[in-house]
Design a protein around this ligand. Sequence first.
Ligand code: ZN
Length: 335
Amino acid sequence: MRALIVLLAIVVPCQFAVVAQDVSRRAYEGPIIDMHLHAAHAGENGPPGSKLCPGSAADMRYDPREPWPETLGRIMTQAACARPVEAASTDAENRDETIAALARHKGRGVLSGERESLRDWMQAAPKGTFIPAQYLSLSAMARHSPDAIADAFDRGEIAVLSEVTIQYDGVFADDPRFEPYWAMAEAKDLPVGIDVGVGPPGSPMVFPDFRIQNPRHLEAVLARHPKLRVYAMHAGWPYVEDLKAMLYAWPQLMVDTGVLQAALTRKEYYRFLEEIVDAGFGDRIMFGSDQMNWPGLIDEGVAAINEAPFLTYAQKKAILHDNAARFLRLSETAP
Ligand SMILES: [Zn+2]
């Protein structure tokens, strides 16, 4: 009780210094920070020109007599919706339309990829557009040791370690094989973004070792490495209860909204997002588009946040910019 009284004595006078927040529902018009971009190829997820209907991934009328990738391909190309997101036709178009989309939102983004693709995309974009990030799968770990990643970070070639996709090989965040990377990231103060939750629909029928990852696999990691700067990509959907427990217990943990604007029905995305915001964790959510080969995912993702009926202007601005600027310790401030 004594500790609580001391705490109140500190907190109460500070209330007078709180700056009024904009509680209107108007749209936030930038600049944005996109925490989840990929320097990907145009044909990486089905044929170039395929279309994505937001929410269509939940369409699961599936007969296992047909291989799942064929069914998924049909769902993605038939695109029976009013506003499909179209895939880029060429690698250059994918890169240039991603750069143009960020420019429309006065934005920048964390770009995940291998070093060669990162260099190509960064050369094509205005300076500062991309924050380079090392992509890391289980097989890529053989090529990128913790020491090699630390050296690349020291040389300024990468600023973030993401997207860590080890769950596609059935390896979770607290697996001993990944521990040396966590230790290195904490020692170097290198931010890490890791997939948590689910992957594409029917993931194990495309990636046989893929396993769903509960956000609580980050608990042992954070217990061992409390100074780690880590964000759960895809916000760990659908584990909202476990996520709230983790955000509460580990105030350094952040999440990004990558792909949720496309993979989920809008109603489900909003229900999930609103629950996190209502629980008081609005300052822990960072916008991510998960743009792979659909540059329109950036506009769609920003619009989804701006059209969320339960978010105030201040909350939209926090999600679309301020939380990521704080997490990445960027020096500039939003207007
Ligand atoms: Zn991704």
